[in-house]
Design a protein around this ligand. Structure first.
Ligand code: CMP
Length: 128
């Protein structure tokens, strides 16, 4: 999911190019603005965290681009491609190093397991 900061700043094309160059096939893609209820549901796992409300506010401030991506070892390799959650810790050349501004405005989200990839994919693309 390309986050509102990166979409608003016009980084969509560059990020998708980096994802495709890394060997990912785009299976589904859309652009939408999440409602507060959708953001709270998507990030429900973080609801007890101190940053939860701020995260939900941030994620609903503009349009996002959710995608379903396909590749061998997709989840693990994607986490390497995007880099650490905090861009200050992200490796050179990663998407977050290139485009993220802060731990909250960190340009992109990637699923952390195959199971969550299926859940998160179905959240935005039911039936795909
Ligand atoms: P993401 O991979 O989308 O998963 C949860 C998000 O919470 C994370 O990226 C960050 O953008 C956001 N977040 C905001 N503050 C923090 C924090 N202190 N620690 C971890 N994640 C945070």
């Amino acid at each position: 999911m390309i986050k509102p900061d990166a979409v608003a700043e016009g980084h969509t094309g560059a990020i998708i190019q980096q994802i495709e160059k890394a060997g990912y096939k785009i299976i589904a893609l859309t652009k939408l603005q999440m409602s507060p209820a959708q953001a709270a549901e998507f990030y429900a796992v973080h609801q007890a965290r101190p940053f939860f409300q701020s995260l939900c506010d941030f994620m609903t401030m503009g349009e996002i681009i959710p995608m379903i991506l396909e590749k061998e070892n997709a989840v693990e390799d994607f986490r390497k491609l995007i880099g650490s959650t905090n861009p200050a810790d992200a490796a050179e050349g990663t998407i977050r190093k290139n485009f993220a501004k802060s731990i909250e405005a960190n340009a992109i989200h990637g699923s952390d397991s195959d199971e969550n990839a299926a859940i998160e994919g179905a959240f935005f693309f039911p039936g795909v």
